[in-house]
Design a protein around this ligand. Structure first.
Ligand SMILES: [Zn+2]
Length: 401
């Protein structure tokens, strides 16, 4: 049993001062260090450095590890040219285990103890299985051409079953539906049925780019040429409404939603869905800003993959979000952002972590501020502005950083 004691602890109800946490693999109790040390005399006590804050381990709900080796290869600025560069370079970029391991390490050092990995080919399974972090492994399904969807679906099922056989409390199988434009409705139905049957979390890219919106609503724009060239089709396989109707009774983590209209957001709200918000990725691929100030449904901040970002460090993403979004109250925005990568993300992925309360996994990201905060209410803001990496990181009670 261990005790961590720090000047500040981040709980779903705000920052608490001068508290300690007693834990083994799970959090046992929170209280003053005097009380806990008396009650648990054999526990190993660690007093954290001055001005330290204990956060629950951070959760990055959306990352593509398979493309971790990209630095200067892909074409940024607009979505369809970027997609074409992915297709042209996937053989070179994917399947670089060393780059994937480095990506996991980068996340770990920034305090990420759980992540949602979208796996297109299953090449990241071993890296995820052996990484210290908890991974929600989103096996991605793709296929819009009715003539080959059976083959694609069977390949997807094989990947899901391989993942299922590696399942543990640190590797959670899940399903990702690529996007409205890349999946035939029949295959979406099959994916959702499978997710329901096995109780898998589910995620889907949704209305990321202006090109996607134009293709789905007007059957024109850059995607028209793309689909004519690659698949010989000139009409999308679905409409936005039809796509969303599949998820009516299945709370889903929709990624991006930059182009979602008021009515579409309302459908997401009514379906108890959530949004994964990746501001740096959106900016680099020429997508709109997600107007988080107008969104009533739960959302998380996520890094996306290095295929559309320069780092997987959550503090880089937090700073970008803080600078990007207009706000009357920057302290409130900072506080919401920290909530989005902890308790909010945990509720969305259905994992027993992300909150400092008894019975949750003892996952912690400890941040040390350069000076004492004048006002505890400002800690989230100081954390985002002054942190590049966590000082210490614990997962299931074990220290990894
Ligand atoms: Zn993605």
């Amino acid at each position: 049993m261990k005790i961590l004691t720090a000047p500040y602890i981040f709980t779903p109800l705000g920052f608490k001062e001068n508290q300690a946490i007693v834990f083994d693999k799970k959090i046992i109790e929170i209280g003053t260090h005097q009380t806990l040390e008396k009650k648990y005399p054999n526990a190993i006590v660690t007093t954290l450095p001055k001005n330290s804050v204990i956060y629950p381990g951070f959760i990055n709900t959306h990352v593509h590890l398979e493309f971790s080796s990209n630095k200067t290869t892909l074409n940024y600025g607009a979505f369809v040219p970027w997609l074409e560069s992915i297709i042209a370079n996937r053989e070179v970029l994917a399947n670089n285990s060393k780059a994937m391991q480095e990506g996991c390490k980068e996340m770990l050092h920034s305090g990420i103890t759980t992540f949602g990995a979208v796996s297109s080919y299953g090449l990241d399974l071993d890296v995820c299985r052996t990484s210290p972090q908890r991974v929600v492994f989103f096996n991605e399904c793709i296929g819009s051409n009715p003539e080959i969807i059976e083959v694609l679906f069977n390949d997807f099922l094989l990947r899901v079953d391989t993942c299922e056989s590696a399942k543990s409390d640190m590797l959670i199988p899940a399903i990702a539906i690529h996007s409205p434009y890349a999946l035939h409705p029949n295959i979406i139905k099959k994916c959702i049925a499978l997710a329901k049957e096995r109780n898998y979390p589910i995620s889907a890219h949704f209305l990321e780019s202006p090109a996607e919106k134009e293709w789905l609503t007007a059957h024109s724009g850059p995607f028209k040429k793309f689909f004519e060239n690659f698949l010989g089709v000139s009409k999308p396989v679905t409409t936005i409404e039809q796509f969303l109707s599949h998820f009516k009774d299945t709370p889903t983590h929709f990624i991006h939603a930059c182009e979602a209209s008021y009515d579409e957001l309302l459908i997401l709200q009514e379906g108890s869905h959530s949004i994964g918000h990746c501001p740096r990725s959106n900016k680099l691929l020429g997508c709109k800003r997600l107007e988080i100030e107008n969104i009533q449904i739960p959302w998380t901040l996520a890094t996306d993959g290095k295929s559309s970002n320069w780092s997987l460090n959550i503090f880089d993403e937090l700073r970008a979000a803080l600078m990007l979004h207009p706000t009357d109250d920057i302290k409130e925005l900072a506080y919401r952002l920290m909530g989005s990568i902890t308790h909010q993300a945990a509720d969305i992925l259905g994992v027993s972590c992300g909150k400092i309360k008894p019975d949750m996994s003892a996952d912690f990201a400890i941040v040390t501020l350069p000076k004492a905060p004048q006002n505890p209410a400002d800690i989230a803001l100081w954390t985002i502005l002054h942190t590049n990496n966590a000082t210490q990181v614990y997962i299931q009670g074990e220290r990894y950083v």
